[in-house]
Design a protein around this ligand. Structure first.
Ligand code: ZN
Ligand code: FE
Length: 256
């Protein structure tokens, strides 16, 4: 089995579009559809035909291109069963723990609700690739538009449980402002300090900071680190339950 090929390209203001390609079966899926025209350009550039769309959630910058692309390609649209009513053109509904087979590659579906109800992530276990949508960002996590901190923390714990050598493809280039915030809540974290410098260099060269490595996220992303005693101390919450530390971190980011 050849590895799953991932092609990444910018869309809209700060979204990333992704095409994944299974060479043996000549299958190509778009992970979300932030901008149909950019996805068309990417398909042309790679010489691939769109066979699938794998949606993470219903927001317009994730599913807005579904219908136009389906009209043109007749592709199969896969999305969350608990968000099905809001995913345009959905054909196949998947839920937490399901395995979605994409050619020779299998994606485990993880319900990571919190940003929205029914938000899912796709984890290609053998390839160690995670498409996290707007649930987990490089050094950040999604805003809680529809879920509680309890729900989001439950979701993020599913991602924490994945192996450190997982590559995380998130949906937005938010990393530099996330890094500025992260340094305010865990200024003692030397790996975070070093990462923030690398991120500044990448962004001043107009280069993406995405994908990232899950092990690095676990060591530097404050939303995965309510157990950090340094972070707890900054927040003045040394004896608090982890979910409360997470909730306070999210609240501070909302007001950052
Ligand atoms: Zn969103
Ligand atoms: Fe988004």
């Amino acid at each position: 089995m050849t590895a799953l090929t991932v092609h990444q390209f910018p869309c809209l203001g700060d979204n990333y579009g992704y095409l994944i390609h299974d060479e043996e079966n000549d299958l190509t899926a778009a992970i979300d559809t932030p901008e149909a025209s950019k996805i068309e350009e990417a398909l042309k550039e790679k010489g691939w035909k769109l066979t699938h769309i794998l949606n993470t959630h219903h927001h317009f910058d994730h599913a807005g291109g579904n219908e136009e692309l389906k009209r043109k390609w007749g592709c199969v649209i896969v999305g969350s069963k608990s968000d099905a009513a809001r995913i345009p053109g959905i054909d196949e509904q998947v839920g937490d723990g399901d395995i979605y087979t994409f050619g020779n590659h299998k994606a485990k579906v993880l319900d990571v609700s919190g940003h929205t109800q029914g938000h899912i992530a796709y984890y290609f276990e053998a390839d160690r690739i995670l498409f996290s949508g707007d649930a987990l960002f490089a050094l950040g996590c999604g805003r809680l538009f529809e879920g509680s901190p309890e729900q989001m923390w439950t979701s993020l714990q599913k991602l924490i449980a994945l192996p450190d050598d997982t590559t995380v493809y998130c949906a937005h280039e938010y990393t530099q402002s996330n890094a500025r915030f992260a340094l305010t809540v865990e200024p003692q974290n030397s790996e975070l300090q070093a990462r923030a410098k690398v991120i500044d260099d990448l962004r001043s060269a107009n280069k993406p900071t995405v994908p990232s490595n899950l092990g690095v996220e676990k060591r530097t992303n404050p939303f995965l680190r309510p157990m950090s005693s340094d972070l707890q101390e900054t927040l003045g919450m040394t004896a608090a339950p982890l979910v409360e530390v997470f909730a306070e971190t999210r609240l501070r980011k909302d007001n950052f």
